[in-house]
Design a protein around this ligand. Sequence first.
Ligand code: DON
Length: 565
Amino acid sequence: MKRIIALLLLAAVLLQCTPAPKKAGINRKSGLVAQSAMVVSAREEASEIGLAILKEGGNAFDAMVATDLALLVAFPFAGNIGGGGFMVYRLNNGDCGAIDYREKAPLAATHDMYLDDKGEVIPGNSTLGAMAIGVPGTIAGLFAVHEKLGSFPMEDLIQPAIDLATKGVVVSEKQANRLNHYKQHFNTANGRTILLDKEWTAGDTIRYQELAGTLTRIRNNGKDEFYKGQTAQLIVDYVQQLGGILTMEDLAAYEAKWRTPITFTYKDNKIIAMPPPSSGGICLAQILKSIEPFHIGQYKQNSVQYIQLLTEAERRAYADRAHFLGDPDFVDIPTDSLTDQAYLNRRMADFSWDKATLSSDVSHGELKGYESNETTHYSIVDSQGNAVSVTTTLNGAYGSKVYVAGAGFFLNNEMDDFSSKPGTPNMFGLIGAEANAIAPQKRMLSSMTPTIVEQDGQLKMVVGSPGGSTIITSVAQNILNVLEYDMSMQESVSMPRFHHQWLPDDIRFEPGFDSLVFAPLRELGYLIDLSNSPIIGKVDAVLVLPDGTLEGGADPRGDDKAAGF
Ligand code: DON
């Protein structure tokens, strides 16, 4: 009997060994194709508002501001001014850059602020309510982008969100389910938000009058309204009333930072991704460069070998993430060493096709010298060929659930992205070390991975995802889907995904995988968690097709939508 099972397993493995067809098939499902410009985001309203700016002659950065603020209104789950984010851009002349408007720890934050007197993490303090809030960066980021790269007056970019908030947003079915599910937590965190008003059903309209007022003040008074003005005062008064430590000084001191993107090659492609305080760029580089020598494209996508190879690269990259990465303004990050091909080859040297490496046997390298989708990503290409890749977040769903009274928006719970205690996992199961310990004014490590791919010196793809720790692996799989398996952008974002992050030592799969892969993987020693098959990532991307037109990939896991002309 054992022999038969072994033979069946072998047959299943061999079945998966069939060389990969280079084309994804005849019935290729294409996303929206547009001649000139495109926005793909989590909500139709936001994509359309961004597109309207592009049609009027605004550039990708103008569209970014308008889309971002529209998401604040239409997608309060993650769209925000009470959180932060990252943007990676590529101009049509090939110049690229990145901006970091990640939240920071308040001045009164301390290394052990989430620990009790026995040194144990106090459950919930870094995730729910006023103590979980980091100093928000989104408004500083949008104004910095506009100042450097925008072309329209800022007022014209804010106005559409004011109009949307006033007119109201029609609730989708997914949104109604989310709102009804999270209501209990809104109550725990702060008492009142208009989102508590009723049991929501698809088709209801929510009007955000207070938020329209806040956006109008920001339109009239600029960035200082949020960081020094009436809105700042509303935030601080409310957070302190709820027992939080945020001060006017914290807000006044906040600044977004321009950073140099991580750039690396994968075959003949140049990848442009977010540097620390995101772990995204470094981990993405580690994963793709670790698998490059193995020519993954020879194996069928999502076959046993494909999953093995990617899992082993992910395992090693996430182990390094946990040890080395943090805010570059506070810790030295050995980026060059971590992304060096020889180092990555050494890291993969003990990988075997015959047996899984156990995470307990993998630590960070020696250098010479889990959840749902609560962040949001959007991708924009304008008619001049400028590209913008933005991921922005409140961290958890509706962030800390604290909804600023009188100002009408949620504040983040980004403090949970710090390592509260070395070795104790955060809400994404991520382990951190001293490099990501809490310190006043420090930025917490992120996994957000807004990314741009260039091929032969031309723009090829704009891509990114929400999904906490699973963001990096979702982005990596989409890059491989397109570059190695020649999928359309829509096919790629729709494909089921899997994830491994070193610890916990298991592979998570979305529904939709060929069940034939599980037994051989288990036989090889991989631990597979099918008990919880969540959504992994929600990818919104744009692909430049060979004829120069743009194809949008809008993730069917959400209400996401591509809009183009
Ligand atoms: O910055 C990070 O890595 C997290 N705060 C992102 C959170 C996220 O994607 C939530 N969605 N699941």
